[in-house]
Design a protein around this ligand. Structure first.
Ligand code: AMP
Ligand code: MG
Length: 417
């Protein structure tokens, strides 16, 4: 087993004098500083959905493995010129899984069914609907191209061809392809273990008899579900009140059990923002003030060799920052590549005047081909996350969005949700 290399302790340090980091720069910094932190293991192909390949995979055999018929009909040799043709029908047939032992000479034809190996001597198949059979004679009208209705060996995939490279996230359809070319086992990265911590004195576990001055901890269950969709293993560390020693203790425990730590709350520079102050006291933390709405402060640090992403506590900001920043970073730590989501350029069904200075993500939904924005931009309005089925990404620069103008819409599905 290989040992994944360690991240540098100062990997989140920001260039001096930087105040507001543009989203693009923040993403580029994360990409440059993070690398795979998980080891490699074997996985059976049929249990590999969502796993990340640690080694490129080659076809063990060609697909199709032998030349065969694409239709039910008659196998013969060569193409047919325009006009009437007559062939001598051979006894017997070729069916899928039941190859014909003999060969087909020029002027002869053989009954063949879909998927059957082409008999020796044949390279073309006439559709059964296009022939007339009388006794041992087969009549057919040309033209017909040589090789018609036949699939040649390896026409889809050649033996030895590289199908997927390392870092590829295996999808259900890939499992079908891998099995087709005889691959039964693949090298994959071990599942990334992500510790989740919610911080805040006002937080209480969902479902308990809460006081009115308490807030149900929405971030942990929400982020747990997000991480599970991404195929990651969640280590749930619970709620930690705003108490420096308890936060330190939770980080210690999380660092023992996980490859990366995701916290929410307390990431700003306020009196009770222990996450950022604790991470800074270790000297390996950087408060990234990212020019983004919603979000802004993202506390990034190393705790006992484990990277920590300190997300804002506000659930809307925590969700958006997880999708925009944590997702590519976690994918890179998992052994995949640092890739942003695919966006669609679609007409806006709203108007908005946006000032320059920071990138904005609006809760938005695609309806009848255009994109509606959630009525309130207040990031406390968590219900907007469910109203939406994606995010609109507005550029860092000023922009005046008018109805019908093409804007960038990123469906939640592009974020792997
Ligand atoms: P903070 O980032 O700790 O200043 O929190 C910002 C806002 O988000 C506050 O109103 C918090 O009560 C709220 N908040 C923080 N963490 C959570 C959470 N886990 N679930 C729901 N709301 C939260
Ligand atoms: Mg707080």
């Amino acid at each position: 087993m290989t040992q994944a290399p360690k991240l540098r302790n100062d990997c989140f340090a920001l260039p001096a004098g930087v105040h507001w980091t543009p989203v693009e720069d923040a993403l580029a910094l994360l990409e440059a500083r993070l690398q795979t932190v998980v080891d490699i293991e074997d996985s059976a192909v049929d249990a590999s959905d969502g796993r990340i390949l640690a080694k490129a995979v080659m076809a063990r055999r060609s697909h199709p493995p032998y030349a065969n018929s694409a239709v039910d009909g008659y196998a013969l040799f060569g193409g047919l010129a325009q006009g009437a043709h007559c062939f001598e029908l051979r006894d017997g047939r070729a069916a899928a899984g039941e190859a014909f032992a003999g060969s087909v000479a020029p002027g002869q034809a053989l009954r063949i069914l879909t998927g059957a190996a082409l008999p020796e001597g044949a390279d073309t198949v006439v559709l059964q609907e296009d022939v007339f059979v009388e006794g041992s004679k087969l009549y057919v009208n040309g033209p017909l191209k040589q090789g018609a209705n036949a699939r040649s060996s390896g026409e889809d995939v050649e033996q030895g061809a590289v199908l997927f490279s390392a870092g590829h996230v295996i999808q259900p359809q890939d499992i079908g392809v891998l099995v087709s070319v005889g691959v039964v086992q693949v090298k994959v990265f071990k599942t990334l273990r992500v510790a989740l911590i919610s911080t805040g004195a006002e937080l209480c576990a969902p479902g308990i008899d809460s006081r009115l001055d308490q807030i149900f901890d929405a971030n942990r269950p929400m982020l747990r579900a997000v991480l599970q969709r991404w195929g990651m293993q969640v280590v749930d560390m619970g709620i930690v009140p705003d108490d420096a020693s308890l936060v330190r203790q939770a980080l210690d425990e999380a660092a023992e059990q996980a490859d990366v730590i995701l916290t929410s709350g307390g990431a700003s520079a306020g009196d009770e923002d222990h996450m950022s102050s604790i991470l800074s006291e270790k000297g390996n933390m950087a408060l990234w003030r990212i020019a983004v709405k919603p979000g802004r402060p993202l506390a990034l640090g190393m705790w006992r060799g484990v990277p920590v992403f300190g997300l804002p506590g506000n659930p809307v900001a925590a969700f958006v920052c997880t999708l925009v920043f944590a997702r590519p970073a976690l994918m890179q730590l998992s052994g995949s590549s640092f890739t942003g989501p695919q966006a669609l350029n679609l007409p806006a069904a709203f108007a908005k005047n946006k000032k320059a200075g920071r990138r904005e993500y609006l809760r938005a939904r695609l309806r009848n081909g255009s994109v509606e924005a959630f009525a309130s931009e207040g990031s406390g309005r968590v219900s907007g996350l469910s109203w939406a089925n994606g995010l609109v990404e507005l550029p860092d620069a000023a922009i005046q969005v008018t109805t019908g103008q093409l804007i960038r819409f990123i469906p939640y599905s592009s974020f792997g949700l």
